[in-house]
Design a binder for this molecule. Structure first.
Ligand SMILES: Nc1nc2c(ncn2[C@@H]2O[C@H](COP(=O)(O)OP(=O)(O)OP(=O)(O)O)[C@@H](O)[C@H]2O)c(=O)[nH]1
Length: 210
């Protein structure tokens, strides 16, 4: 069993088909899955990274983008230490849905957790529909950090999760501010580890044909 110093939950949200599962699989397994099926409910995968001498276990929750799973996926936002809101740079429609996703986050997640906006499918430059400037302006307006990734080409995927881990570790070292409402506290890694350590854990069934 892997040992670690800190554990954080990161939840990925965004429209169906933007590449959330592929981002998680690229980061945790180093692959781009062929014929990735839609997520049913939620899945999570775990990866431990070492950042500035600290071993950080990331429990990464991949939520279904389809509307019919919304009541299930919403229940996972509350305990998240960070949220990754993903859209597809080759789909204007997925970008147009971001305000609705922000409302979801406001309603169901802690207000104080880091939020990152990710424009995925950066490799589809020829059919890009959302410019970097548009996305950066949106991110600035809503206080989000912005990053463009390609799960397919493994571009910026490691950076996305490692930078989040670094930020979460730094925040975890700050003393808690009395009784003020704050983000969920990080978990320390006990000897029991987590269910599904090192393996994908499927909550509800998944139709991934892999
Ligand atoms: N070109 C390209 N295609 C991608 C990339 N990431 C994902 N895809 C493709 O986009 C499709 C959807 O990917 P998923 O990872 O299943 O998307 P998702 O957001 O998890 O979808 P739901 O589970 O339905 O919410 C698949 O056909 C992937 O092969 C990428 O970086 N570049």
């Amino acid at each position: 069993m892997e040992d670690c110093d800190l554990l954080f939950k990161i939840v990925l949200i965004g429209n169906a088909g933007v590449g959330k599962t592929c981002l998680v699989r690229r980061f945790t397994q180093g692959l781009f899955p062929p014929g990735q099926g839609a997520t049913i409910g939620v899945d999570f995968m775990i990866k431990t990274v070492e950042v500035d001498g600290t071993k950080i276990k990331l429990q990464i929750w991949d939520t279904a983008g389809q509307e019919r799973f919304r009541s299930i996926t919403q229940s996972y936002y509350r305990s998240a230490h960070a949220l990754v809101l993903t859209y597809d740079v080759s789909s204007e429609e997925t970008f147009a849905c971001l305000p609705a996703w922000l409302r979801e986050m406001e309603q169901h997640a802690s207000a104080h957790v880091p939020r990152v906006l990710v424009g995925n499918k950066l490799d589809l430059a020829d059919v890009r529909q959302v410019t970097r400037e548009q996305a950066e302006a949106f991110a600035r307006l809503h206080g989000l950090r912005y990053l463009e990734t390609s799960a397919k080409e493994a571009e910026n995927v490691e950076r996305l999760f490692v930078e989040l881990a670094r930020r979460l570790a730094l925040d975890a070292r700050q003393p808690a501010l009395g009784d003020a409402p704050g983000p969920p506290r990080s978990h320390s890694c006990g000897p029991g580890g987590l269910p599904g350590d090192g393996k994908p854990v499927s909550y509800f069934t998944s139709c991934c044909n892999l």
